[in-house]
Design a protein. Structure first.
Lengths: 225, 429
């Protein structure tokens, strides 16, 4: 799957590409507004990562260009600004998601995963992962047609792990992911452990293999064989 | 405090008192000497006339002697006496004398001005003495003093009235400038304009103030922009570090110790990002980037925030007592108010003891959030940036500073209280 990274900061673009390429994503770069325009005119991508603060133009305009051309790429805005206006504006013009710097690569990977799946399976919205069937829209999970009752947070975690297949995710990263905008202000990350324990238990109960491994004591990994 | 004009009034009054007081002896000597000169003239005229008239009568010696005796009897204040002179030219003598006035009922001492002169009647020498009553020294002095004092009073009253009118009229431009300055708020960045004055000093003052304010505003602005820009600029390098750590974490065969180090860096990094985020938020509130307002059902919003934090409450086994009145509505910025409630709730979790109590009370007049605590916090530093009042180090040190800014933005007041082993933050709408 092809991803276009529109980002003027080299180091950042390379890190993203390095993390994603292990997941069989093919990354291309655009460092400026004009380069980005060139690329989206000539190629199709599965997902575009868009930094809206570019040296020679506003990334928001690229969104408009995409829309004008009726392109179907999923777009994730990456911004150093945590401005609500930009967020609303971007999402209204047609971005699918919005990430504020600094973010974890696993967070980005999980979001890319969801967006690409949503775009690909426009009608069904069902992901098949190992023996699990995950309904993105209905937010339900089935194991060999047996439904598994997951809480919102557990479902959220499961998607996060699957989006970061075979990748180690640390507890603090999960805490940031789960608590969203504000609760990362609490340093006690025990709640993460509780959610993971429950998720594991529920998967076990229906006979699902233990894909979710604990590494280094407090890190986790969805190990796909 | 003294008013400026009262100060000058005091000096003026003292000066007037001195001048008027020293004028009393001056006036006295002037009046007295005029008096005496006029009386001397008067006495001289009488003497001349007496000499002339008596000579014109052409009386014989017996008649003359009889007339002189009669004269002495009926003409008070004058005396005519025959004298023998050794040499013919005796000079006039002028004198002042104090004696009893026998013609006045209450026997008092009067002052008299006298002239004694030798006149010739029919070749004979007569000594003529003329005495005229003069006002006494003390009486003249007292009269002048009283008059002077009256004038002094008139002066002082005049000064007072003038002072009052001047201070209203003359200082009006100054007062205008002052009231403009009092309403000026650096944070509001409102332009200030002084009324034009046609008085040089005030106009100079206004010009100088304008310059000062302009400079202050521009420095303040650039300082605030600096905070915002610096925070923005930090986001990208922070993102790079974070991402590199994520990649490092994926490398094969990390030891547990290495993993732990990465995790510790991650945590510290999260804290830096949090401080940065909060600094940015503060700068944005101060830069009025949250100006849009809407009507908010605070009751629902508070419930929602409580629900989101539910697992953190139970994690610390806190008992949460709520008394939230239904449909409390406020006008404000939703994002900010959410931040406000969350910050206070997070504090009530973070600074609570295991199995402690959290109380949330909301009604039309205010929001109260309390939690168990041991000792009172220092009130004056509580809302300052980076002032931590407890050993708990995980906070960004900006939470309450943000809360205070948000309250300011909505014109609410925030208070803190420690009672019955409970910290209470109270926001009054």
């Amino acid at each position: 799957m092809k991803i276009l990274i529109i980002e003027d900061e080299n180091e950042l673009a390379e890190s993203i590409s390095e993390y994603l390429s292990e997941e069989n994503y093919l990354c291309e770069f655009a460092r400026t507004y004009s380069q980005a325009l060139e690329k989206i005119e000539s190629f199709n991508y599965d997902c575009i990562l868009l930094d809206i603060m570019l040296p020679d133009g506003n990334g928001i305009n690229i969104l408009q260009e995409l829309k004008k051309r009726d392109k179907q790429e999923g777009v994730i805005i990456i911004s150093a600004k945590n401005a609500l206006d930009d967020k609303i504006n971007g999402l209204q013009i047609g971005a699918d998601d919005y990430l504020t710097k600094p973010f974890h690569l696993s967070e980005l990977a999980a979001r890319i995963y969801s967006i690409i799946r949503r775009k690909q399976f426009r009608n069904t919205n069902i992901i098949q992962q190992n023996e699990l069937q995950i309904d993105l829209l209905g937010k339900t999970v089935k194991f060999k047609n047996h439904p598994i009752e997951l809480t919102k947070k557990e479902f959220n975690l499961l998607l996060y792990f699957i989006g970061n297949n075979n990748r180690i995710i640390s507890k603090s990263t999960l805490a940031e992911h789960l608590s969203g905008d504000f609760a990362d202000m609490l340093d006690n990350h025990d709640f993460v452990y509780a959610h993971i324990k429950n998720l594991k238990k529920k998967l076990n109960e229906v006979g699902c293999k233990n894909y979710l491994k604990t590494v280094y004591g407090t890190g986790y990994k969805w190990e796909d064989e | 405090m003294n008013k400026l004009l009262n100060k000058s009034l005091k000096s003026f009054t003292i000066y007037a008192l001195l001048v008027l007081a020293s004028s009393v002896p001056a006036y006295y000597y002037l009046v007295d000497s005029i008096w005496l000169r006029e009386l001397d003239e008067h006495n001289e005229i009488i003497a001349n006339r007496t000499e002339k008239e008596l000579n014109n009568l052409k009386l014989n010696e017996t008649e003359l002697n009889r007339s002189v005796t009669l004269w002495n009897k009926i003409k008070p204040g004058t005396n005519l006496e025959k004298i023998i002179l050794n040499n013919n030219n005796k000079t006039d003598s002028i004198y002042t004398i104090l004696r009893k006035n026998i013609y006045v009922e209450h026997n008092e001492i009067d002052r008299f001005r006298g002239l004694s002169r030798v006149i010739k009647i029919k070749g004979e020498n007569y000594l003529l003495t003329v005495e005229t009553n003069v006002e006494e020294t003390e009486e003249t002095a007292i009269a002048i003093a009283i008059l002077t004092f009256l004038f002094f009073l008139i002066l002082v009253v005049g000064f007072l009235i003038l002072n009052k009118r001047l201070s209203i009229k003359l200082w009006q431009p100054f007062r205008n400038t002052l009231s403009e300055l009092k309403t000026f708020n650096l944070n509001a960045q409102s332009k200030i304009s002084f009324e034009k004055s046609n008085i040089l000093e005030f106009e100079e003052l206004n010009v100088a103030l304008n310059k000062l304010i302009e400079h202050t505003v521009s420095v303040y602005k650039s300082q605030k922009e600096f905070t915002e820009n610096a925070s923005h600029e930090l986001q990208t390098p922070l993102a790079i570090i974070k991402n590199k750590l994520d990649i490092l974490l994926q490398k094969e065969a990390l030891t547990d110790r290495q993993y732990q180090i990465i995790e510790d860096i991650n945590k510290a990094l999260t804290r830096v990002s949090r401080i940065n985020k909060n600094l940015l938020l503060l700068a944005k509130i101060e830069n009025h980037q949250f100006d849009e307002s809407e009507t908010i059902n605070l009751s629902e919003l508070t419930e929602e925030c409580l629900k989101q934090l539910q697992e953190h409450f139970s994690n610390k086994e806190l008992s949460v007592n709520t008394s939230i009145e239904k449909d409390c509505v406020v006008t404000g910025n939703r994002v900010l108010i959410e931040v406000l409630i969350n910050n206070l709730l997070l504090n009530s979790i973070r600074h609570n003891s295991q199995k402690g109590i959290v109380e949330v009370k909301l009604n039309q007049s205010g929001l109260f959030i309390s939690n168990s605590g041991i000792k009172t916090l220092e009130k004056e530093h509580l809302f300052k940036r980076f002032k931590k009042s407890s050993e708990e180090s995980s906070g960004s040190g900006l939470g309450l500073a943000i809360v205070e800014q948000i309250c300011k933005r909505h014109q609410w007041t925030i208070g803190y209280e420690f009672q019955q082993e409970k910290h209470t933050f109270k926001i009054s709408f």
